[in-house]
Ligand binder design. Sequence first.
Ligand code: ATP
Ligand code: MG
Length: 877
Amino acid sequence: MTSNEIRSQYLNFFASKEHTIVPGAPVVIKNDPTLLFTNAGMNQFKDFFLGNKVAPFKRAADTQKCLRVSGKHNDLEEVGVDTYHHTLFEMLGNWSFGDYFKKEAIAWSWELLTEVYKLDKDRLYVTIFEGDASENLPKDEEAYNEWKKWIAEDRILLGNKKDNFWEMGDTGPCGPCTEIHFDSRPDEERQKVDGKTLVNNDDPLVIEIWNNVFMQFNRLKDKSLEPLPAMHVDTGMGFERLVRVIQGKTSNYDTDVFTGTIAAIAQITGHHYNFSDTKQDIAFRVLADHIRAICFTIADGQLPGNTGAGYVIRRILRRAVRYYYTYLNYNAPLLHQLVGVLAAQFEFVFPELKQQESFVAKVVKEEEESFLRTLEKGLKKIDDIIDACKGANETVIEGKLAFELFDTYGFPIDLTRLIAGEQGLFIDEAGFETELAQQKARSRAATAIDTDDWIVLKNNEDVTFVGYHDFHVPTVVTKYRKVKAKGKEQFQIVLEATPFYAESGGQVGDIGTLTFSNNNEVISVVDTKKENNLIIHLVNELPADLDGEVIAAIDFTTRIKTSLNHTATHLMHAALKQVLGAHVNQKGSLNNSEILRFDFSHFSKLTDEEIRAVEVIVNEKIRANIPVVIKEMAKEDAIAAGATALFGEKYGDTVRVVTIDPDFSVELCGGTHIGYTGMIGLFTITSEGAVAAGVRRIEALTGAEAINFVANRVSQFKLVTELLKTKDPLKSVEKLLADKLALEKKIEQLENKQLAVVAKELAAEVEMVNTVGFIGADVEVSSQDGLRKLCSDLKGLLANNFVVVLTANIGDKAAVAVSISDDVASAKDLDAGKIIKQTVSPLIKGGGGGQKTLATAGGQLVEALPGVIAAVKALIG
Ligand code: ATP
Ligand code: MG
C-alpha cells in the first residue's frame, strides 16, 4: 500500500463511520498567544472542547500537519538521530464532540488497524491510564474493559501520567488516553525479549503509533482540573509511523514518504545512504525531515526571521545546513534543490507547495547562502580563538566564546568541541552551559505571558461581532481575566456583542471605550485581539462594577482612517498584479490609522516607472468612486468567482468577499472597509524595499496623511530652490556634487605632498632597537589612507631592516598602522597582522588586521596611543 493509499483509507474509514472529513488547519498559527505552530490535530478544535463555540459537526476526521520544535512538545534534538520523530509530521485524527466515547473509539481503532490495514495482532500492545493519586484521578477501568473485548489482557499495559494523560499545553483541555504500540522487531528477537517490557521504553523498534485521548478536563492555571462541559474523543496517529509499520519497514525514512528525498540528496552530494547511525546517515535523515518543515511553513506564509515562529524555522534550516556542511562535506546551498521533489510528491495532498514552488525555493536558497557565509565567518572566528589561546599558552576555550560561536555563528557545541579537540584544546563546558541557561532565561522572561483563569459572569458560547455596521452597542461582560506580560499587568474582557474589530488579516484592533452603566464609569480599550474565536478587549484597569449594561463604543475616526488604508490595500494588490504580473501574492500586511504596509512575492526591486504605474492605477480607481461591495457566500462560489484567497489563512465554509469592481479586485477578507473608493482621496507610495528573499515591501499613505506628505514634499522642494537661487535645482545639485568631488581630490593631493615631507623627517629619526631600525611616532593625518601612504613612503626611504609603528587621532578615534620590512618579517618572525590583532587591538579597544608586512587598526581609546608605540617597541626588544 502506498502512503497516499494509506492516508485515503484512513479518511474513507472514518467517513464510513459518519465523520465529516475536514481540511487540516494551517501549520502556522496566527491567533493563539499560547502556540506558535499547530502541534496536534485537536488545536483547531480547542474552542469546541472548551465550550467557547458549538461544533458544526458531531464527528470529524482529517490529516493535520503538525510541528513539534517549540513549547511543550519539542522533539528537535531527536529528529534524524532516531527514525521516528519528525519536526513536521502528519497527524491523522478522528474526533467526537460530545458524541461517541471510549467504546466506539477503541473498537474503531482496532477495526481499522487489524481489518483494514491488516496489521499483525501479535505485534500490537495498548496502554491505559493507571490513575494518579496526587490528582485524585482513578485508573481508566472503562478503557480497560473496552480493550478486553478485542485484545488479550496481558497486552493491555498500565501507563503513568507522563504517557497516558495527554495535555495540550500548561493549561487547556486534557484527559486520560490510551496508546497503541507496534513491535516491529524480527521474530527471534521477539521470542527472546517480551515486547511488553519495551513499550514506552525508547526502543526504536517498539513504537507508539496512535493515541486516543478522552477529553474530560480543563487544566487551570493553579494546576487544578475542572471537568469540561461535555466529554470528547480526540485521537492522533503519526502518519509516517503508520506507513512504516504497514510497509513492513523499521525506519520511517525507508518508506515512500521519504525515499524520494533521500535519493535526491544522494544524487546531489554523491554520498550513499547506508541505513546506519553514522553522522553521515543521520545527516541524510535530518535533511529529508527538515526540508518538509521548512517548505510547508514557508508555503503557509511564515518567512524565516529573527523572532517567534520565523526564528523557529530559521533554527530548523540552520540545523540542516550544519549537518550537510559538516557531515556530507557540502558547502553550497543544497536544501532549495529538494523543494521540487516535495512539491511534486504532495501536489494532490498539500497543493499550496506546488503553487509556490519557485518562491519557496528562492527563500530557502537565500537563507542557506546567508547562513553558509555566517558559518565561514564562524570558522575564521574559531581559528582566531584557537590562535589566541595558543598565543597565551591556554588549553581551555572560555565558555563565553563557545557560546558566542553558538549564538552568533550557529556553531553547536559539539562542532566547536570537535575543532578545538583537533588542536588539543578543551572547552569550558560549565561556562558554556551557564551562558546558555542565562540566554534561555532571558528569552523566557521576554515572551512569558502569565494568564489567570477566566472569571465567568455569564455563560455564552458565541460572541457576536456587530462592528461592520454598528460602532456602539449596549451589551454585557461575559467573562474577564488578568494577564501579565513583560511585567505589565492588563485585563482582558469578553463581551456578549461587540463593535470592536479584533486584530487580524493585517488590520489592527480597534480602540475605544466601555461605559459601565452601574456607575457611569468609562474604561479605555487600548487594543482588541482574537484568541481563536474569542474577541478580547484589552484594558489597563477594571471598572469598580462589571455587572449590568455596558456601552461598547469604538473610536470612530481611528477606525475610518484604518478602513481607508485597508480598502486602498486591496486596490494596490490588484494594481500590483496588473503592473508586475500574476505571481504577486500577499505575504503580509499592516493597516492602521497611519499607514498601510504590504509585503508581496516579487523577485526584483520595483523601478520608478512601476511604482508610478501602481500609483496611477490606484488613484484612477479612487477618482472613479467605485462602491465597495461586500457579500457573504459559500467558499467554493467565491473561489469560482475568481476571489483571491491567501495561503496559510484558515477560511470557514462561508466567506466574506470584498469586491471593488468585479473586473478589478475581488478578495476574501474579514476586514473593515469604506463605502466608496472616493473617500480615500489620495494614495501615495512612500517607500519600497526588500524584506526577505523574493519578498518586497511597500509602504503608502491615504487620505489626509497622503495629502500632508505631498504638501511637505512640495514645500521642501520650494525651500531647496530658494537656497540654490535657481530655476533648475536638479542641475544645481549635480554641479555642487561635482565641485565637491574635485575639491576632495585636490585636498588629497596636497596632503600627499605634505606626507612625503613628514616621511623624510621621520626617516631621519630611526632608532636602533635590538639591531632593527625602529620608528614610532604619532602623526597628523585625516584618514587611515594617510597612515598607509606614510608607511609606503617610509618603506621607499628605508628599504629594509625596519619596524614602523604610526599612531593618529582621527576624529577622536584611535588609528594605528604597523609596517615591517620583508627581511625583518621573515628573519625575526615579526608579523604586523598578529601584532595588530594581539597587541594593538586590545590596547585601543578596537580591531583590525592585515598582512605580515602591513596592518592597521582602529579603536575607541585615543589616550592609549602612546602605550601602543611602547608596546610594539617592547616586542622587538
Ligand atoms: P512519543 O512518545 O513517541 O514522542 P507522543 O506521546 O509525543 O509520542 P502524542 O502527543 O500522543 O505522541 O501524538 C500522537 C501521535 O503522533 C503519536 O502516537 C505518534 O504516532 C505521532 N507523533 C508524535 N510526535 C511525533 C513526531 N515528533 N514525529 C512523528 N510522529 C509523531
Ligand atoms: Mg513526544
